[in-house]
Design a protein around this ligand. Structure first.
Ligand SMILES: [Cu+2]
Length: 188
């Protein structure tokens, strides 16, 4: 009995020794996304879960959605007016721009994001509407605001390219994760 408990403790301490929480602050006003890419780059199985982006009260909700590469986003319209969803580029690459179409309340549109990067969402019916999807190249990502800092759990030890996306701008630095690790971002 005691021997079994000892084994469990040993096993748990071994498991936790090879991963940790990456945390810190993003010094910027408003929301940011923090995403990790392994070095060297490694592909991760695409997420099977879909994510949701709503258009409600003339706003994209949430204003910032962070997803893993390969995730399908389902767009819904909760307003009595027709909305449109398009993005002119992904991370400034205009070839990845796409117009998903215009739709009424109760309908949905969906799109699978296979390219990592920053997706600036717009509605061509209402030029004042904007939203953001950040597509992470790994399952290690988080959305954060300046006040609360960020925290990404269960990151395996190793080297990563860490990027914070803020208002469409990327700030990237390399980080070596070894157990619980701190990484601060200053967005210029
Ligand atoms: Cu609209």
């Amino acid at each position: 009995m005691k021997f079994t408990s000892l084994l469990v403790v040993l096993l748990l301490s071994c498991l936790t020794a090879f991963a940790g929480t990456l945390s810190g602050n993003v010094k910027a006003t408003g929301q940011s996304a923090v995403v990790l890419e392994t070095v060297p780059a490694k592909a991760f199985p695409a997420s099977q879960q879909s994510a949701a982006m709503d258009q409600r009260g003339m706003q994209f909700t949430p204003a910032l959605l962070v997803i893993q590469q390969g995730t399908t986003v389902v767009f819904s319209n909760d307003d009595s007016v027709a909305h449109n969803v398009f993005w002119p580029n992904i991370s400034s690459n205009k070839k990845l721009g796409h117009n998903l179409g215009t739709f009424n309340k109760g309908k949905t549109l969906s799109f699978k994001y296979d390219n990592a990067g920053n997706v600036p969402l717009l509605c061509n019916v209402h030029p004042e509407m904007s939203g953001t999807i950040v597509v992470s190249p790994s399952p290690y990502f988080v959305a954060t605001d300046a006040a609360s800092g960020y925290s990404i759990k269960d990151v395996p030890d190793g080297t990563y390219k860490a990027t914070t996306w803020h208002s469409g701008k990327a700030t990237t630095q390399n980080v070596m994760v070894k157990g619980d690790t701190k990484l601060e971002f200053t967005v210029k």
